[in-house]
Design a protein around this ligand. Sequence first.
Ligand SMILES: Cc1cc2nc3c(=O)[nH]c(=O)nc-3n(C[C@H](O)[C@H](O)[C@H](O)COP(=O)(O)O)c2cc1C
Length: 219
Amino acid sequence: MCYKSLNYKHDRLSSADSLDKGLEFYELMSRRRSIRSFSDEKMNIKLLETAVRTAGTAPSGANKQPWRFVIVESPEIKREIRSAAEKEEKESYERRMPQSWLDDLAPLGTDWHKEFLEYAPYLIVVFKIDYLKEGTDLKKHYYVNESVGIATGILLAALHKMGLATLTHTPSPMNFLQKILDRPSNEKPYLLIPVGYPAKDAVVPDIKKKDIHEIMLVV
Ligand SMILES: Cc1cc2nc3c(=O)[nH]c(=O)nc-3n(C[C@H](O)[C@H](O)[C@H](O)COP(=O)(O)O)c2cc1C
């Protein structure tokens, strides 16, 4: 089967307009920060639907779109997720992480307490789908990590553009999310993203991003 071809509609910008738009987007994205202290202020779930819709425009290996975004609104489920995440994180911080990892995390001031999993109005749990089950057949997906990573990047950018705060959280191991959210065995938890508004007294570590010369090379 071959898809029919469509004419691609391209909005051609002048070089100056391209640069203006690029710089505007850079300024916006440079103000995104990971937030670890959320207010419990409610937000319209339509905002999340729009962000997930935007994430769903991402490119993916063979267009398999190997992702699922589960929105957690229920206070009981959020509490259950917090409790399971803190159990794993306590074990990780106290026993599983090597000293070098703890040393790298120390300046960020993180520890095993994850209050934000309860107070943020929503959690988005991103799942990656490695394969589809069709009867007894398993249909493999391609470049799943790359595809879901790109979709999640677009999701984070969309949420930030809408004025919402996020944290990219990876309690480890995360398989408790599959169980709590009752997802099938081909859906694996990928990231846990609390979303909402920052607490009034939210602070962020004074980190720096690498300079352009450190991350870009022209050959
Ligand atoms: C894949 C990934 C996993 C992360 N996991 C955690 C986490 O479990 N807990 C946490 O507090 N921050 C986590 N972070 C956030 C990073 O610490 C943060 O992005 C980094 O310090 C840069 O800060 P910024 O996001 O404010 O620019 C994670 C970020 C990424 C991309």
